[in-house]
Design a protein around this ligand. Structure first.
Ligand code: KIV
Length: 265
């Protein structure tokens, strides 16, 4: 078993090997993803939408991220475990940012943190890398800025915004990120950024040219229903499977068939 590290990911980019990544927020799911051989497991702040019932990722706290990171940590042994820094945990001061990232790293067991933004977070990235916390960047559609962006839509469509994103990617690379998530970016722009930076790009709704792909696990397993974005391929319909199993259980309890029938089906 080769443990995935930030340098393994860089080497994968060099060799043209695609990086596979998904989210996990709890130990059993993280264990299944790890056993399936994923390279990166992200404890995303998407936990807010996917598990905690919020409309956006904005309300997610450091304490919640810590709780879910610790849980995921217990399930992962091979993949690189990355945790999202939630909104307002890296915006106020470098001291507070180091403390929050340090908690996910030290108490949570994350091997890296992810944060959103370009030029405006470059000093933050540098400060974290200086204290030996690897940082993953995130450009394009940045969900923590959803109210400013005004909706979940493709970013970088105009020549100016595309140029800015390329500049931001280079700045983040210079600041020391080890990888870069590109979310909801036109495929050609994702291809350009991927060619211009030496660190791996991980796309989500950004076409096929990135060095890797990431999706929200619950979306590809059919657990998020109609709120799953269109680019998230569905590999299973667990929502339907669970509904059907639970209805069967309910019927069995009502009819007295359970607990009389206890054998596994
Ligand atoms: O929070 C999240 O899940 C993310 C994605 C890139 C999947 O940031």
């Amino acid at each position: 078993m080769v443990k995935v590290t930030t340098s393994v990911l860089r080497e994968m980019k060099r060799r043209g090997e695609k990086i596979s990544a998904l989210t996990a927020y709890d130990a059993p799911t993280a264990k299944i993803l790890d056993e399936a051989g994923l390279d990166v497991i992200l404890v995303g702040d998407s936990v807010g939408n996917v598990k905690l019932g919020y409309d956006t990722t904005v309300p997610v706290t450091v304490e919640q991220m810590l709780h879910h990171t610790q849980a995921a940590r217990r399930g992962v042994s091979r993949a690189l475990l990355v945790a999202d820094l939630p909104y307002l945990s890296y915006h106020l001061s470098l001291g507070e940012t180091k403390l929050n990232a340090g908690r996910l790293f030290k108490e949570g067991g994350a091997e890296a943190v992810k944060l959103e933004g370009g030029l405006e977070v470059a000093a933050t990235v540098k400060a974290l890398v200086e204290i030996n916390i690897p940082v993953m960047g995130h450009l394009g559609l940045t969900p923590q800025a959803i109210h400013k962006i005004g909706g979940y839509k493709i970013q970088g469509k105009t020549p100016e915004s595309a140029e800015k994103m390329i500049t931001d990617a280079k700045i983040l690379e210079g600041a020391g990120v080890f990888a870069l998530v590109l979310e909801c970016v036109p495929p050609d722009l994702a291809r350009t950024i991927t060619a211009k930076v030496s660190v791996p790009t991980i796309g989500i709704g950004a076409g096929p040219h990135c060095d890797g792909q990431i999706l929200v696990t619950d979306d590809i397993l059919g657990l998020t229903g109609s709120s799953a974005p269109g680019f998230a391929a569905r590999y299973a319909d667990l929502g339907r499977t669970i509904r059907s199993a639970v209805s069967k259980y309910r019927r069995d309890v009502r009819s007295g068939r359970y607990p009389r029938r206890t054998s596994r089906r």
